[in-house]
Design a protein around this ligand. Structure first.
Ligand code: ARG
Length: 258
């Protein structure tokens, strides 16, 4: 009898424990500081000021800070994985990563594979050329018969330039920084990349400048697997709070001079 009571006490304790675990899984404000569950974010950390590796070897940037606060609001621990930009969406789709956050532009084609959160920032595709270059506009570049433009592989810059000029005129690099180094060493005539990383690369490399003409305007958002709608809702809830209390603006202002 004693034994039976003991066993039922254990079962009761187990049922209660499972019950409390399930309670953590729903809703946006699952504030649980003792949570050991992770939010795995895939990024490509060669894209300052959104994500980069800082002097201490840690991840830093606008996306890294926003993701950290979202994870905190969801009671999760943020884990960042630095991968090729082109493998983020596939990895999110397959469940290898929970989210993709990488200054990632919302496009109709990407929306066929993943869902996007509400947008938290805007981007513009810019054109970097050597200082004193003969090219003053995108039209000047497209008028050159054998023009070569450097891009980061699989980014919207890559997609737009390939659509506009054809793959023969595009040289794809693994990172934005690799594309910029190709420009510095004269292997390409220009680089098309998002405006804030463009400013950062121009500041850290002599002899480059950004053309005045913006090439395309875009919205950045976080991607989540199609079926993961609870996570998407939770992220949108957290983003709404972080927008309403001015946190997102403050983080962006910390990295981008107005
Ligand atoms: N906004 C562009 C895109 O979505 C480029 C993003 C590149 N991001 C990065 N972290 N390397 O295609």
């Amino acid at each position: 009898m004693k034994r039976i009571i003991k066993i039922s006490a254990v079962i009761l304790a187990l049922v209660m424990a499972i019950g409390s675990l399930c309670a953590c899984g729903n809703g946006t404000s699952t504030e649980n500081p003792s949570a050991t569950e992770k939010l795995v974010m895939a990024t490509n950390a060669s894209f300052p000021p959104y994500e980069y590796v800082d002097d201490n070897g840690g991840f830093a940037g606008i996306d890294v800070e926003i993701a950290g606060l979202i994870a905190e609001k969801l009671g999760l621990t943020l884990e960042i994985q630095d991968v090729d930009f082109g493998s983020i969406i596939g990895g999110v789709q397959s469940g290898k990563f929970d989210i993709g956050m990488a200054g990632m532009t919302v496009t109709d084609v990407r929306l066929e594979s993943v869902n996007f959160s509400t947008s938290y920032a805007k981007g513009i595709q810019s054109i970097i050329v050597p200082e004193g270059s003969e090219f003053k506009s995108f039209d000047d570049l497209s008028a050159k018969a054998d023009v070569k433009i450097g891009v980061q592989q699989d980014t919207t810059g890559d997609i737009y330039i390939t659509d506009d000029l054809g793959a023969d005129h595009v040289i794809q690099y693994k990172t934005g920084n690799d594309a910029v180094q190709a420009l510095v060493t004269g292997k390409v005539d220009a680089v098309v990349i998002d405006n804030e990383p463009a400013k950062s690369y121009v500041a850290s490399n002599e002899g480059l400048t950004i053309l005045d003409t913006a090439y395309k305007e875009e919205n950045y958002a976080i991607c989540v697997a199609k079926e993961n709608t609870d996570l998407l809702d939770a992220i949108n809830g957290a983003l709404a709070e972080l927008t309403a209390d001015g946190t997102i603006d403050a983080i962006i202002a910390k990295y981008i001079a107005a």
